[in-house]
Write a protein that binds this ligand. Structure first.
Ligand code: HEC
Length: 213
């Protein structure tokens, strides 16, 4: 009976350690992907708040013909001359539901699909889905990163501007620095709470069992 208990404890401790290791330290199930790099000076631009503002302008000039950033109220350039769109935008105070947006511009999206084989994605959360170095290299020269992609190479040789665009995409997808700090502290507090409560319950249980013997 004693041995069985030890085996059970070892088994569950093992599973817990394994789970936390894969979640937080190294996901062993993750597929190996190619690593990309960014020169140090462009990394600094990506972290800079002011470049994000410039990046928004660059995005409007270079990318909004095909992409939107709906979370930041940036729509396709064809949208702004459409009356129905302007009306809905006012009605929803700028925060237009995505389905409605796609419904209003069904024809335009069909046109994009015909031209490129697929609808260029909305880029509101692309920063969270792809890593920074990938984005920098992809936007700079899409063919080099994804052979055969229909995205045209419009930013070749414009590294600094690309870095500013990535700064903008980062700014849209991540919470402000203050908020991120607050969330980190909350996370640590929550986990500490669970660990301490767990320990207290364990001690209590141990005492009860001891008294019953
Ligand atoms: C003429 C249309 C067009 C323009 C202009 C354009 N793109 Fe794209 N983009 C596309 C298409 C089409 C795809 C889908 C490519 C695919 O899935 O192979 C795409 C995909 C992307 C992706 C997703 C890559 C991935 O891994 O899924 C990013 C990021 C992106 N574009 C950024 C930009 C940025 C930033 C600009 C402006 C500098 C820009 N694009 C300008 C057509 C365009």
């Amino acid at each position: 009976m004693q041995n069985k208990g030890i085996l059970k404890t070892l088994f569950f401790t093992g599973i817990t350690i394994f789970l936390f290791y894969t979640l937080w330290i190294d996901n062993i199930f993750k597929k190996e992907t190619k690593e990309y790099s960014i020169p140090e000076k462009y990394k600094e631009i990506i972290r800079d708040h002011k470049s994000a503002i410039k990046g928004r302008q660059l995005f409007l000039q270079n990318c909004s013909g095909c992409h939107s950033v709906i979370y930041d109220n940036v729509y396709h350039s064809f949208a702004y001359t459409n009356e129905a769109f302007q009306k809905y935008r006012k009605e929803y105070r700028g925060l237009l539901p995505r389905d409605l947006y796609y419904a209003v511009f069904f024809k335009e999206f069909e046109g994009l699909k015909k031209a490129f084989g697929r609808i260029p994605p909305d880029l509101s959360t692309i920063y969270l889905a792809r890593d920074e170095a990938y984005l920098f290299n992809f936007i700079l020269n899409p063919q080099k990163v994804m052979e055969g992609t229909p995205m045209p190479p419009i930013m070749i040789g414009r590294e600094e501007e690309v870095a500013k665009i990535v700064a903008y995409l980062r700014h849209v997808a991540l919470p402000p620095e203050e908020e991120e700090k607050k969330r980190n502290i909350m996370g640590i507090l929550m986990i500490s709470y669970f660990i301490i409560t767990g320990l207290l319950i364990f001690i209590k249980r141990y005492r009860i069992i001891k008294n019953e013997r």
